[in-house]
Write a protein that binds this ligand. Structure first.
Ligand SMILES: Nc1nc2c(ncn2[C@@H]2O[C@H](COP(=O)(O)OP(=O)(O)OP(=O)(O)O)[C@@H](O)[C@H]2O)c(=O)[nH]1
Ligand SMILES: *[C@@H]1O[C@H](CO)[C@@H](O)[C@H](O)[C@H]1NC(C)=O
Ligand SMILES: *[C@@H]1O[C@H](CO)[C@@H](O)[C@H](O)[C@H]1NC(C)=O
Ligand SMILES: [Mg+2]
Length: 255
């Protein structure tokens, strides 16, 4: 990509190690079926676009042998490309991001799910958008023309839309997809946002956008198609919905 080369040389005054390197943090729990596919797709999409990357797999001792699969992949793609952070048990997505960042050598972090809901083909588009807008964050959006959701039933689509709408009304964050988790962050910005974070689950993703707005970071958007997981279990129960609404209200009174 010529634009990438051009911008990296023009900003060479502050050119440091890791400036043009992208660390993809991939938290996994029971993703042994999905992991080889997502790694294959990341590698082919990023190599094709000459993007310098590494993947940090944060693996929480999944009972389905995800760690062994990750180790095999590390042998195939190399230790430079695939880093593994094994943890003793399921400690949640938030702490997986935090620990993953500590291992990252890139100055840009991509957060994405390993269950094939997020297609790596969008990563080069995130990077392009970041360079064009010179923004600190790029978020994938399901709610702009070109984006969408596949494999969700009517109820789940409605829940997601309503959840996003409620949050938009209360929090006016200036982005169209608040609860998505496929995003690119400048590393120091993500670290700062996480250091002020107070919430969990879907609310965490939302808080990142609301705080980013509060700190006047610029956020770009790229329409993405989100595909529901094929392998593995999925659920969104009423407890999660109540937790979400509480989270929106907490943020509302906090900012
Ligand atoms: N390391 C780690 N990864 C996790 C944990 N919980 C979820 N993940 C991973 O985080 C990503 C997102 O989790 P999902 O279970 O797909 O969450 P979701 O997309 O909200 O829900 P689904 O509808 O089930 O797909 C996946 O790559 C999971 O494997 C955890 O406790 N630890
Ligand atoms: C993970 O997989 C194991 C067996 O492979 C299963 O017993 C467990 O319920 C799964 N856990 C989750 C959260 O999917
Ligand atoms: C955000 O804060 C909550 C509450 O303290 C915590 O449980 C969660 O793990 C944090 N997330 C991250 C990414 O640090
Ligand atoms: Mg998922």
């Amino acid at each position: 990509m010529t634009s990438r080369k051009a911008s990296s040389s023009s900003s060479s005054s502050s050119s440091k190690k890791g400036d043009d390197k992208y660390t993809i943090i991939l938290p996994t729990y029971n993703e042994s079926d999905n992991l080889p596919i997502i790694i294959y797709l990341i590698d082919s999409e990023l190599e094709k676009n000459f993007i310098d990357y590494e993947v940090v797999i944060v693996e929480d001792n999944s009972p389905d042998g995800t760690l062994q699969v990750a180790q095999q992949l590390q042998k195939i793609y190399g230790e430079e490309k695939i880093k593994i952070l094994p943890r003793p048990g399921k400690m949640g997505l938030g702490s997986a991001y935090m620990d993953g960042i500590k291992k990252a050598t890139g100055n840009w972090i991509i957060l994405m799910d390993a269950d094939l809901s997020h297609h790596p083909k969008f990563i080069p588009q995130f990077i392009e958008r970041q360079k064009k807008l010179k923004c600190e964050i790029v978020t994938g959006t399901r709610y702009q023309s070109g984006g969408g959701v596949y494999g969700w039933n009517f109820y789940r689509k409605l829940t997601s839309r309503v959840a996003n709408y409620i949050a938009t009304v209360f929090l006016t964050p200036g982005v169209s997809d608040l609860t998505g988790s496929f995003r690119l962050y400048r590393k120091d910005v993500l670290e700062k946002l996480i250091s002020v974070n107070k919430s969990k689950g879907y609310v965490f993703q939302m808080e990142m956008m609301v705080r980013a707005n509060q700190f006047n970071y610029k956020i770009g958007e790229v329409p993405i198609t989100f595909v529901d997981r094929i392998y593995g279990v999925s659920n969104l129960d009423s407890g999660e919905i109540v937790g979400y609404l509480k989270g929106v209200m907490t943020l509302f009174f906090d900012i």
